[in-house]
Design a protein. Structure first.
Length: 174
């Protein structure tokens, strides 16, 4: 009697886990540049795209929220060392309202163009790799409580972690 009951309990737990796992958001971030080479006097033209790679809708904030721990552009030199400049991209978007969100369906995407002075990213000419780290600036608790999101609505929150884009190569000349 105990064995069938235990098997049924394990089956129910696994079924519930599978159902939860199937609705986990699957978000990706892609980075591209409009050119592969810039001078130190130019402005880099980047495109950052968030893409739903899952089978269910995902709600994401329209605003990226720039800065470390939110949306961060990282730059590496030819030796793989991270490049630091005096420029600090640090923005905290205002408290969100329900219309500040996008609903990305399966294969849906949303992007933004970034135009930044080359010297905000690098200090000198050379070969560089850029990547983007994206973390939602909103916690699950805050979004659900403040915006009255239903508990089953897939939402990309801070708790989903940080996702990293592909790396792109840029040549910077004088």
């Amino acid at each position: 009697m105990m064995k069938p009951l235990l098997e049924a309990l394990v089956f129910l737990c696994l079924s519930a886990f599978t159902a939860v796992a199937q609705v986990q958001p699957n978000l990706a971030v892609r980075l591209s540049a409009e050119q592969s080479s810039y001078t130190l006097h130019d402005h880099v033209q980047l495109v950052i795209v968030r893409e739903n790679r899952g089978d269910h809708n995902i709600a994401v904030p329209k605003e990226l929220g720039w800065g470390i721990g939110r949306t961060n552009i990282r730059v590496f030199d030819a030796k793989g060392n991270e490049v630091r400049t005096p420029f600090l991209a640090d923005e905290l978007p205002p408290p969100p309202r329900p219309y500040d969100f996008l609903l990305l369906g399966p294969a849906g995407f949303a992007g933004t163009h970034v135009r930044e002075a080359v010297t905000d990213l690098v200090n000198e000419p050379g070969e560089y790799e850029l990547m983007v780290e994206y973390t939602s600036y909103l916690s699950e608790h805050y979004a659900r409580e403040a915006l009255k999101l239903p508990p089953d609505a897939p939402f990309w929150s801070q708790e989903c972690g940080t996702i990293t884009s592909n790396r792109i190569k840029l040549r910077i000349t004088r």
